[in-house]
Write a new protein. Structure first.
Length: 272
């Protein structure tokens, strides 16, 4: 078996990944791609790179598995404390006041690129703690990785993965199970996990809040703009967008308004 990618093969696979997901593989990531291909060829008992290319173009399930294998699933509970401070002390209070002034009891949130679920569960814990009894929250959590989504739906995490969870939430929303912890049913019921490729429209509408952190950093400029425009279309007239600290909409022709809070910088859509 050979797993070394020629220039033509690297270009072909890079283009396929980009066309299917928006993820951009540069030359510096060639060894990562070769490693992921090696895993898939062994799993499928396929001899050559070209044979595997033919397979993923004829088998939608294998295409999903391949895209899953090249994604990065790095996350943790309450990642970037300043974002969750902004959520707790600025964004949610504003949205609660806005919703109540319009007799709207539903808060809709999307965690796009949710990985193994730590982000949407963190959001759910903060929201459940803050929302008044007459309001409810619905969290949509999506990812390109089916493996990550399976872990997220299970809601079980080894003890080492709970670093960063505030003690109040650990006591209130987690219970010991074997060598780890499982998230309470109250929190899990707030989150709906589903597969979604950000290359395509989500079908979501009137979202109040979108988290998409450390995802578009893997896209090129054109793909980033396309994703941001899809978020704009899916969000309500009074809504907020969180992206990663290393990501920015600076220089992008977008209608989102930059907001600097006491804790972090975010974006908002205000059309009223």
């Amino acid at each position: 078996m050979t797993y070394f990618l020629s220039e033509d093969e690297f270009a072909r696979y890079s283009k396929l990944i980009y066309d299917e997901s928006g993820i951009y593989f540069s030359e510096s990531n060639r060894t990562i791609l070769e490693s992921r291909l090696k895993e898939r060829l062994r799993k499928q008992d396929i001899e050559t790179i070209s044979d595997y290319y033919a397979l993923i173009n004829s088998d939608k399930d294998e295409m999903k598995a391949f895209l899953d294998s090249v994604t990065t699933n790095l996350t943790r509970f309450f990642r970037n404390t300043s974002h969750f401070q902004t959520l707790e002390y600025f964004v949610l209070p504003h949205l609660i006041e806005y919703k109540q002034s319009r007799n709207n009891s539903l808060l809709r949130i999307w965690s796009a690129g949710c990985s193994t679920g730590e982000e949407p569960y963190s959001i759910a814990m903060v929201a459940k703690n803050l929302l008044p009894p007459n309001m409810r929250v619905e969290i949509i959590a999506s990812d390109l990785s089916l493996r990550a989504l399976m872990t997220a739906k299970e809601g079980f995490y080894p003890e080492s993965r709970l670093k960063g969870v505030p003690e109040i939430y650990l006591r209130k929303y987690f219970s010991r199970k074997g060598d780890g912890y499982v998230i309470s049913e109250d929190i899990r019921n707030l989150v709906n996990f589903d597969y979604h490729n950000l290359k395509f429209p989500s079908g979501q509408q009137n979202l109040d809040l979108v988290f998409c952190r450390n995802v578009i950093i893997y896209f090129d400029e054109a793909a980033q703009k396309a994703v941001i425009e899809k978020f704009w279309d899916a969000m309500g007239s009074h809504s907020f967008l969180f992206i990663g600290h290393s990501e920015s909409l600076f220089g992008m022709n977008t209608s989102f308004e930059f907001v600097k809070t006491d804790w972090a910088c975010i974006y908002r859509k205000f059309k009223d």
